[in-house]
Design a binder for this molecule. Sequence first.
Ligand code: NAD
Ligand code: UDX
Length: 460
Amino acid sequence: MKVSMIGTGYVGLVTGACLAEMGNDVLCLDVDENKIRILESGGIPIHEPGLDAVVARNVKAGRLRFTSDIARSVAHGTLQFIAVGTPPDEDGSADLQYVLAAARNIGRLMTDYKVVVDKSTVPVGTADKVRAVLAEELGKRGNPVDFAVVSNPEFLKEGAAVDDFMRPDRIVIGADDERAILLMRALYAPFQRNHERLITMDVRSAELTKYAANAMLATRISFMNELALLAERMGADIERVRLGIGSDPRIGTHFLYAGAGYGGSCFPKDVKALIHTAAGEGQQLEVLGAVERANDAQKRVLGQKVLRRFGDDLAGKHFALWGLAFKPNTDDMREATSRVVIDDLLSRGATVCAYDPVAITEAKRIFGDRPGLSYADTPLAAADGADALLVVTEWMEFRSPDFTELKAKLRQPVILDGRNIFDPEFVRAFGFDYEGIGRAPAGEAGGNAGADAGQPGAGA
Ligand code: NAD
Ligand code: UDX
């Protein structure tokens, strides 16, 4: 099938590459000419495991191409996927300017039947707006061409995006046009893998499904984070509690890891947008408001642990930070907890040395030449001379360091583990003063929680 992918960010590039992998003829459009230049010269503008191989294979096969030529993109695909950003506006609502600009371009230039697919995460009612823009543009030209608008929200996770797309647990299609549904069904047939994974519904329900999924996941995390803070007060261990409640299949152990707050380009913005959508309908989403407030506070928990130990004035104190990306296996730092932690420490006069396997370039772009902030080439080099090590992202390579060497590097053997990647008793046995998020105090080890502790990446 001929597919045009409008927007070659995390979602567009992965979707385009994976659809090409299934034999489709995909043309990816972006208004960012630099991105297109990188892609055309064989590079990948983002860090996403496995994506480079899929892109290279399909470019070589002639099934995946890139362009910044809008007319060429509109002419190419019967299926026109819109996968552009929907960032939060100042009031928290989703900014639809890029989605509607993409739709306007299609309406302005289309000459035959198109299925316009909203792949971006968009509020309920957006398909109606896209439809109106298309009709308006066609009307201006006095050129009645048939089209359909479909909602096809994306559920991939960064860091596992290719795998998630190739092996989806569900494919949601919101449409009221039989011809469009048949085309979408045919497009996704190879991803069904002998199982019906395609769920068709009306457009509005599909649009709401995406927000409902992210809001539910964010709620689980904020709830566990609040319980973790309570566990700290009460001398309990959140990891044991997680296993205790997660064995109930109605709850499940996945995506229930306490930590230093959720970040990324989706949860924070989608929670905000859903609250805003509901407010527009006169409904206050009480639970979701609390989820957001709890997460804002949670991102400050590591900084507060530092202040409790070292006092309010951190002048002369130096901290090592492991992890800048909002989660492992990505260089994305949108809404990353590391940004809050670094701001908190620097604003109190401390200096920080950070290490991340892939996000240092992005951090330099974000922080510029921020005084007091430096970067190291290895985790151990970052720890050199630090008064404490703060773990902010649960990269695999942080999980089993040489603790003896680590202790020798640090000025004080303090580990503040914002992702619960270490077994507290094991680390304490090396003489570290260890604090996780909601973990049992020293001398309270027991049960089997340590062995399974802190696997948010794996459990997600
Ligand atoms: P992104 O910022 O990485 O990429 C968006 C791209 O669209 C950019 O390259 C931008 O230059 C391009 N663009 C903007 N306007 C354009 C236009 N008119 N024509 C062509 N290109 C244009 O964004 P993303 O992370 O891929 O997210 C895209 C959408 O998918 C958002 O709505 C997001 O909420 C949703 N989503 C994201 C994820 C994720 O993990 N990142 C997962 C599921 C859904
Ligand atoms: C999320 C959704 O999972 C995905 O379905 C949607 O399409 C896009 O948004 P993503 O933001 O890429 O994906 O990563 P995810 O693995 O969900 O993690 C989001 C944040 O939650 C990260 O900061 C992570 O550290 C945090 N998290 C995740 C926890 O704190 N605890 C957990 O148990 C899981």
